[in-house]
Design a protein around this ligand. Structure first.
Ligand code: IMP
Ligand code: MG
Length: 182
């Protein structure tokens, strides 16, 4: 499947659509049900990792049928490259108090796992009641992630993916599907 006629693509052809809109919608709804069932009590803080998680998070929180708060983290690691540099910095830190809360860290895609390992270490220092990860996509190649990823949308192919929040050099975040680049 390709999308050569999509005016959102800057004239660039994509290799293929990896996850189309209907597939994403159905799985996000299921994740919402899984997350709803996993938290019977306590405050839930959904922490989105910007920018990549913004589309996924917006859809996901509307599928979670319990009270919750939303905040964001901004970490920087890739720049414009398609390969992780391993240098992860926190450039926005939430003002919300994390102590005693159930935290659900929402990530677009797990590649090397470096971003999440670094953030988990930082978040754990603030004594949350629990901390879990929800990733839309997981490449299953992360060697550096010791914490299990509790909620995963899809296993991802080892290709560079864009759309539904994921970018290449800030392009393609607004695609309603996930595609792989040539
Ligand atoms: P990690 O630290 O290597 O696990 O990389 C995670 C971050 O890199 C994600 O939050 C994404 O922003 C970015 N990333 C990793 N793989 C891809 C991809 O295939 N497409 C777009 N961004 C990616
Ligand atoms: Mg990115």
């Amino acid at each position: 499947m390709s999308a050569p006629d999509d005016p959102r693509l800057l004239g660039r052809d994509v290799r293929r659509i990896a996850f189309d809109e209907a597939t994403l919608r159905a799985r996000v709804a299921e994740l919402g049900r899984e997350i709803t069932a996993a938290y019977p009590d306590g405050d839930l803080l959904v922490l989105g990792l910007l920018k990549g998680s913004f589309v996924f998070l917006a859809d996901l929180v509307r599928e979670i049928q319990r009270p919750l708060h939303v905040d964001f983290l901004v970490a920087s690691s890739y720049g414009d490259a398609t390969v992780s540099s391993g240098d992860v910095r926190l450039v926005y830190d939430p003002e919300t108090v994390l102590e005693g809360q159930h935290i659900l860290l929402v990530e677009d895609i797990i590649d090397s796992g470096r971003t999440l390992s670094t953030l988990l270490a930082l978040m754990t220092l603030r004594a949350p009641r629990s901390i879990e990860i929800c990733a839309l996509l997981h490449k299953r190649i992360a060697k550096e992630l010791s914490h299990p990823v509790r909620f995963v949308g899809f296993d991802a192919p080892n290709e560079f993916l864009v759309g539904y929040g994921l970018d290449h050099a800030e392009n393609f975040r607004h695609l309603p599907y996930v595609a792989s680049l040539r």
